[in-house]
Design a protein around this ligand. Sequence first.
Ligand code: CA
Ligand code: CA
Ligand code: CA
Length: 313
Amino acid sequence: MNRLTRLIPLTLALLCFPVASAWAQTATVTATPGTCVNVNNPSGTVNWGTPVNAQTQDNTSTTAGLSNSQITNYLQCSDYGFAVPAGATINGITVTVRRSTNNTGGNPRDFSVQLLKSGTLQTTNKASTSTYPTTLTNVSYGATNDLWTSAWTPADINDPGFGVSFATQRDGGGGTRTISVDVISVDVTYSDNTPPTVSSIALADASPTNGAATVSWTVTFSEAVTGVNAADFTLVQAGGVSGASIATVTGSGATWTVTANTGSGTGTLGLNLVDDDSVRDLANNRLGGTGTGNGNFTGAVYNVTAAPCNPPA
Ligand SMILES: [Ca+2]
Ligand SMILES: [Ca+2]
Ligand SMILES: [Ca+2]
């Protein structure tokens, strides 16, 4: 058998069996910090100006001016707002720093690139010896399978004290070099085999409805999901209510809002989620697990009433 004929049966086997479903589902989520501040670096002396400028990629940077062989204090960014689901396994962390120098003389470069766990500096330092370029450029540290020699739980990643500590140095003298950092973003890669579920479908408006033309429900899932739209819901009209219809479905992450026109008549109006497997978590697990119907949920019910008539003047 030549090599090609050996490969064909293997290729067909891979095409014919849904082996991927047996593998861990993974997701990579990206965030920018809610907080960036100066923190004392025992080896450094130079503060970062306007450190909040490192919170957003907008070509507006925090800057530090380094003369001779100076070292900066730590630019520490945290409060990334991650919402990695409980039960997930953290696989890797990638830090991306968008930085530049106004002049490459004296080799402006990293002093330290470290992670913060609950605000505590972790020991692994991924500083590079590469000279910064003169235009803002992204450089990444870590990988989708690199934990920086620490153990991480979803709670560690979601903690406001999770973040990055960054400092810069020069190797030589001559003039002052202005280092710029536009943003420090973080990617977290995790495995998640737990399907999302509906946690609640709650009334967002007053009941009885007292003549309201529209009412809304707040739909809360067990974790962030995508693929939520009007086709995932049915209205349950009872009593004398008729002609009700779903108007809008808005939201993101774990919290969504469904708004319906109340139609006409007096009675009750409920909202149910009907699982068609379109709703998935960020690791592509289907609502309630693979299969339609296993993620169904019966929501709260409004008493639909007309506004009371005003007494004659
Ligand atoms: Ca910026
Ligand atoms: Ca999940
Ligand atoms: Ca399902």
